[in-house]
Design a protein. Sequence first.
Length: 282
Amino acid sequence: MTIFQETMYQGHAQALTVEETLYQGRTDYQDVLIFRNETFGNVMALDGVVQLTDLDNHVYHEMMAHVPLTAHGAAKDVLVIGGGDGGTLKEVLKQPVDNAVLVEIDPQVIELSKRYFPAVSAGAFDDPRVSVRIEDGLKYVANADRQFDVVIIDSTDPVGPGEALFSDAFYANCRALLRAGGLVVLQSGTPFFRPADLDQICRRLGVHFGAAKPFLAPVPTYAHGQLALIAAGPSAAALCPPLATLDERFAPINSRLRYYSPQVHHAAFTLAPALRKSVTAD
Ligand code: SAM
């Protein structure tokens, strides 16, 4: 048995035992390591950073998809940037959408995810509503000739191929392809470590979209276990509608979800700012 030591980030990293290495290699874009851990099941790391595990990926994927889609309430066209493991896409398809476009730069992440994490995408890539584009998300949004109701940026961290997906040029192009009332969600670090980064990205997103709020996804193998996602849209109210409104939209898919609920939606938007506020000045 060996130990996987994650890439150090802001003076902190996690270690996981490797019961069995399932795949190790470099694609045209990043290092890929897939291994089995006795607690988390199969684990995928890209450039030394954990991207998903069998055990806890559902929390992240459900929050990335159902917070914006349940808040929006009438999304028909959804864009997922990144998300090559198919988990977010699978969750999007549980909602009454007409089309989902997934733009993933690295085709090998899709192939390896289908092979080692079949339950994560669970056939989502073959759904007739889905079109998969193997392309840089930055280029796609700059040239897109269609509009979307929700954009989900399920990328790696702002290093390597994911870096471009945290730029103002990218956000401006995402804004241009959003319909009126459209929402954007992205993963963005943690409220605990360097919370000023979280404040700063919320401010930048607010300039592009109108309002931006962090919400919490407790994922043990991400960002110290307390990942902040950010939702952006025309107003703060649009990101977290009243419970009664969310309940109505949630009822048809309730039985298919494991974590997300309207109560979790509201709690997530309460916990992230509370955690942020609890961290003293940097
Ligand atoms: N859940 C993970 C997280 O929060 O870190 C993200 C998982 S998903 C595997 C991240 C995906 O983003 C990877 O498949 C990676 O190839 C893709 N990606 C990174 N940069 C990209 C870009 N510029 N355009 C499209 N996809 C990109």
